[in-house]
Write a protein that binds this ligand. Structure first.
Ligand SMILES: Cc1cc2nc3c(=O)[nH]c(=O)nc-3n(C[C@H](O)[C@H](O)[C@H](O)COP(=O)(O)O)c2cc1C
Length: 168
């Protein structure tokens, strides 16, 4: 496999609706001793506080959340279609219960200490700028609460600066 090369923001051309919503991404956080990853299909990219940022939405219950909160850093890895099965698995099983990264036979790499999934062909390395719990009171449409949070497992919005873009 080719190694990762840095990509300039000006060179980035992508469709976030497809890349995130349809093809999915892996949110990975931790340190060289232990890292965890989970599949995500909600989120976005944009600009905030003068930085190029990602928006990711992580429910309270996710084990990955503990790693993001501890380290303040995470990565988004975008994998080719042939890893769909692995992404379904990493999005169905919790790292709290199983060593799911080994079971999925994917591999963790590190960029300046931030873990990512090596099977990706595009990586966004991110530093958390803010973390905001989304609460029942925030919805203008009350049906959102019962539709998406019947078990009160709310999302937290992370806005994170993209410090590096790496591509194969
Ligand atoms: C396609 C797909 C998209 C997902 N998107 C999200 C998401 O955006 N936010 C979230 O909190 N969970 C999302 N999940 C669920 C987590 O990936 C799942 O609960 C995972 O097992 C959490 O693992 P962890 O406990 O090891 O962190 C998604 C799952 C799948 C299959």
């Amino acid at each position: 496999m080719h190694s990762f090369q840095p990509v300039d923001f000006d060179q980035m051309e992508c469709n976030p609706f497809k890349m995130i919503g349809q093809d999915w991404m892996l949110v990975t956080a931790g340190n060289e001793e232990k890292a965890n990853t989970m599949t995500a299909s909600w989120g976005g990219v944009g600009v905030m506080w003068g930085k190029n940022v990602v928006f990711v939405f992580i429910r309270d219950s996710r084990y990955t959340k503990e790693f993001i909160d501890r380290e303040g850093r995470f990565s988004l890895s975008f994998l080719p279609e042939k890893y769909r099965k692995e992404m379904k698995f990493l999005g169905a099983v919790s790292g709290r219960d199983e060593d799911k990264i080994s079971e999925a036979k994917v591999h963790v790499g590190y960029h300046n200490g931030v873990p990512y999934i090596d099977e990706g062909n595009l990586l966004l390395i991110c530093r958390v700028m803010s973390q905001t719990p989304i609460k029942k009171e925030d919805f203008l449409d009350e049906s959102m609460d019962s539709q998406w949070y019947p078990s009160k497992d709310y999302h937290n919005m992370y806005i994170a600066e993209i410090t590096d873009i790496l591509a194969r």
